[in-house]
Design a protein around this ligand. Structure first.
Ligand code: CA
Length: 244
């Protein structure tokens, strides 16, 4: 079921994670028509695309091909999309992942599972929108543009270039999106950001039908921070700030 096109190889070789090209995107989707549409649009935008139609082959391809991003349908034959994500994260693979969800209530489930998903689109989706999301997660994974400065708020230390976060001496694993959200807040301690501002700055697109994505990611960061969770303070009716 592998696509076998030359783009797979060129995409991968031309741009591993540190590379400057657009790189290879893995698409795991059992509905062939959707998979081909996604392939068409991503290819047109300059990405290499590798398609798999079932979850087991998808997980194997993610490990073998080291794509720059994965687009995962949730319901798949074999290993489902959430399980692929979970297994990648468990093995320390933080490749950006965008889920394709069939229903809105799946979104809550996926985000609530704290799988470390970076984004999602709900079917039916516009292929252009999906391409925009892929660009956005890759931009975030590349780090903030003014990335050199080490940021400290309370016990939390964030190294933009190493993309590491420590509480005291203890390293904390964040997804690329969680990292960028935290970095954005920590760059201006005490400044209150609205959810819309955070969505625009961190996710790179305007709110469409809600800002709960921001709330969910804040909750995930707090969950990982334990006693240091109050580094992100909720300002009721406004948004969030990093406590200074
Ligand atoms: Ca499916």
């Amino acid at each position: 079921m592998a696509s076998g096109s030359g783009k797979d190889v060129s995409g991968r070789d031309a741009s591993g994670r540190e590379g400057s090209g657009k790189g290879l995107v893995l698409v795991v989707e059992d509905e062939q028509a959707i998979a081909e549409l996604v392939r068409l649009y991503l290819t047109r935008d300059g990405y290499g695309v590798h398609v798999e139609h079932d979850g087991d082959a998808g997980l194997a391809a993610a490990r073998r091909l080291r794509p720059v991003a994965c687009v995962l349908d949730i319901r798949l034959p074999g290993t489902d999309g959430t399980e692929i994500c979970r297994q990648l994260r468990e093995s320390g693979d933080w490749t950006p992942i965008i889920f394709l969800t069939a229903r809105d209530d799946e979104v809550d489930r996926v985000l609530g599972l704290e799988l470390g998903a970076d984004d999602y689109v709900t079917k039916p989706f516009s292929p252009r929108e999906l391409v925009a999301r892929v660009k956005s997660v890759l931009r975030r994974a590349a780090g903030p543009p003014d990335g050199g400065r080490v940021l400290r708020v309370g016990e939390v230390t964030l190294h933009p270039q190493r993309r590491s976060v420590h509480i005291g001496q203890t390293a904390v694993s964040l997804t690329p999106t969680e990292f960028d959200l935290l970095a954005h807040l920590m760059q201006k301690p005490g400044r209150v950001f609205t959810r819309e501002e955070l969505l625009a700055s961190v996710w790179g697109y305007a709110a469409h039908g809600g800002t709960r994505t921001v709330d969910v990611h804040v909750a995930q960061i707090r969950g990982k921070f334990g006693d240091a969770a109050d580094v992100i303070r909720t300002v009721r009716g406004v948004g969030y700030t990093a406590n200074d």
